[in-house]
Design a protein around this ligand. Structure first.
Ligand code: HEM
Length: 152
């Protein structure tokens, strides 16, 4: 039996190979991010939230989001930001914004994903990350907001 601990590079290669079998690669991630944020910007309720933070200079945000999704989906290790404090600073964002965000992400995947498995793969990760962002922003339902939230 193989007992050797695999290197980070071997693990990354395995993950990239499994993703590639579903049709997921850097090119698809670029398409997904571009299409999703085009729809986010056009959305009457989500668009203004992003407009306020990002304005017209979307290049850096899109590049960061491609690094983020490549790290999540391919274990690319290129993203080193801190999403929790960034989202905690968005005091006009409410839990229902997440439902819209996830709905747009789901329909973008339905329209663009290279395979049904790829759509499930991204959606599962998005839901999980959205849950952890919501937990950090709003705490557990019924237990009040986390101390550091800065909301009243
Ligand atoms: C209601 C839903 C959401 C809203 C309104 C929202 C809004 C934003 C905004 C305005 C920024 C830019 C922040 C800044 O540059 O100061 C941002 C950054 C980011 N968002 Fe979200 N977001 C939402 C959900 C999500 C979800 C579900 C994910 C992941 C699956 C995500 C991942 C990220 C990441 C990785 C960044 C970059 C943070 C950094 O600067 O490193 N967001 N988001």
């Amino acid at each position: 039996m193989e007992t050797r601990i695999r290197s980070a590079e071997e693990r990354r290669n395995d993950i990239a190979a499994a993703a590639a079998a579903m049709g997921i690669d850097e090119e698809y991630i670029s398409t997904l991010v571009d299409t999703f944020y085009e729809r986010v910007r056009a959305h009457p309720l989500l668009g203004p939230v992003f407009e306020e933070k990002i304005g017209d200079d979307w290049g850096p945000h899109l590049a960061r989001m491609k690094d983020f999704w490549a790290s999540v989906a391919l274990n690319a290790g290129r993203y080193s930001g801190k999403p929790v404090p960034k989202h905690k600073a968005l005091t006009d964002v409410h839990p229902w914004h997440f439902d819209i965000w996830l709905g747009l992400f789901r329909s973008t995947l339905a329209d663009t994903a290279p395979s049904p498995e790829a759509a499930v793969y991204f959606m599962e990760r998005a839901v999980r990350i959205a849950e952890s962002l919501k937990l950090a922003m709003y705490g557990l339902p019924g237990l009040g907001a986390p101390q550091s939230k800065g909301r009243s």
